[in-house]
Design a protein around this ligand. Structure first.
Ligand code: BGC
Length: 450
């Protein structure tokens, strides 16, 4: 049997986020976050689920690190809950919050697992939302202050830092579509939020450099390669708009110090001044980063539709596979995306900071979880990643989303993305799924059988 081998220093990991796994939402001095507020309002989340308890990782992190060790992870990506560190978002530091992450990081380092920390995976302190949240430019300043505290406390312990996770989702899903906290449906607010998030990223990169930490800093963007439904000029145009909205609105400022022009003029036709930006902002946003993190789940296929505000409509191809999220399984999209990033955006290392799939997993009679579909999904995506490496892409590592089943935002606990099963009804027992065993094997061989 032939083997697909990954580069020698390639890093294998798994990812999570604070609100999705920690629980302990009001323990040890933690302040309220916008996700606490949003989930406590009935009707926002499927089954009215909340992250109050989640996977109780806050109390079970030692057991969870043991499992990571058993799988053999090189690296673990987690996020820090800002309101644990600064309950009001700024000002007084909560030492017990720092202590929790110190214990987690200690445990990881002892297990030989490299910690990678995301500073913002969506749980903004509610107190800052009360002052306008990310729509308020001051929030970028407070984020930078919080980042500096983290660099000072953890700079010698955590070698990899991600400023933001998916600013597109934060701005659009939370402020335009209203499906995520804080739940607004205001296009201009969403654009302002996107800009301020990017600005705060640039500010935190500068602080990182000033702190002298011997490590890497980058940002994680959710990107999906976009394909036109047909080769018609109209559908090509639709593709460009969708790409500008989903991908380039974030890639271009970070790497090219500009916003996509065509989409910007569309916004300008609609609103005199789509959002506030100050002179010099784009220089701040485009400061050099050490790596780009990408979250890839699926592709987008679009067609032209004049009745849509941005001239495109997403279509669902027939006769193909979909996950429980109703997302098409399309591994080639990962190869195409990586090639495009390499060609048009960066030669810096790229990490896949999230890739994975939701399926309706069950515990089988033998007490195991045989998640065949997820195993196939991952194998195909590993191969797609390898193809990109062969074509010259500087891909440095791969984090699976997610280490464990968890609170899947608007879907609550309905959707399972984990390679570790959480038996919520049975004292949160953890069971390694077959996909975890696949990863174990892939890590041991640094490759997979063809
Ligand atoms: C997010 C995760 C989320 C996953 C699956 C990404 O958008 O970063 O928090 O659970 O996708 O939806």
């Amino acid at each position: 049997m032939t083997m697909i081998k990954f580069p020698e220093k390639f890093e294998w990991g798994a990812a999570t986020a604070s609100y999705q796994i920690e629980g302990a939402y009001n323990e040890d001095g933690k302040g309220e976050s916008i996700w606490d507020r949003f989930t406590h309002q009935k009707g926002n989340i499927s089954n009215n689920d909340t992250g109050d308890l989640a996977c109780d990782h806050y109390h079970r992190f030692k057991e969870d690190v043991e499992l990571m060790k058993e799988i053999g992870l090189d690296t673990y990506r987690f996020s820090i809950a800002w309101p644990r560190i600064l309950p009001a978002g700024k000002g007084k530091i909560n030492q017990r919050g720092i202590d929790f992450y110190k214990s987690l990081v200690d445990e990881l380092l002892q297990a030989g697992i490299k910690p990678a920390a995301t500073l913002y995976h969506w749980d903004l302190p509610q107190k800052l939302q009360d002052k306008g949240g990310w729509e308020n430019r001051d929030t970028a300043k407070y984020f930078n202050e919080y980042a500096r505290i983290m660099y000072k406390e953890f700079g010698d312990l955590i070698p990899r830092w991600i400023t933001h996770n998916e600013p597109m989702v934060v701005s659009m899903v939370g402020n335009l579509w209203g499906e995520h906290a804080p739940g607004f449906t205001d296009p201009q607010k969403a654009l302002q939020v996107a800009h301020n998030l990017l600005l705060s990223h640039g500010m935190a990169v500068k602080s990182f450099r000033e702190s002298g930490i011997d490590g890497q800093v980058g940002i994680t963007l959710n990107l999906n390669h976009v394909y036109p439904k047909t080769n018609s000029t109209e559908d090509q145009l639709a593709k460009d708009y969708c790409d500008a909205f989903n991908n380039r609105w974030f890639l271009d400022p970070v790497f090219k110090a500009k916003y996509p022009e065509k989409l910007m003029s569309l916004y300008q036709n609609e609103y005199d001044n789509p959002f506030e930006m100050e002179k010099g902002d784009l220089e701040i946003i485009s400061r050099d980063i050490d790596f780009l993190g990408i979250n890839y789940y699926s592709r987008a296929v679009v067609e032209y539709d004049e009745s849509e505000k941005l001239n495109f409509k997403t279509v669902k191809p027939d006769g193909v596979e979909y996950t429980e999220m109703d997302w098409e399984v399309y591994p080639e999209g990962l190869t195409d995306l990586l090639l495009r990033l390499n060609k048009e955006y960066t030669k810096a290392p790229i990490f896949i900071t999230e890739n994975g799939a939701a399926y309706d997993d069950q515990i089988a009679e033998d007490g195991q979880v045989h998640d065949k579909k997820r195993v196939e999904y991952l194998e195909e995506h590993f191969k797609a990643a390898k193809q990109a490496i062969e074509a010259g892409v500087n891909l440095a590592g791969y984090y699976i989303w997610s280490l464990m089943d968890n609170f899947e935002w608007a879907y609550g606990y309905d959707k399972r993305f984990g390679i570790i099963f959480i038996d919520y009804e049975n004292e949160q027992t953890r069971i390694l799924k077959d996909s975890a065993k696949l990863l174990q094997d892939v890590i041991a061989k640094n490759g997979l059988d063809k």
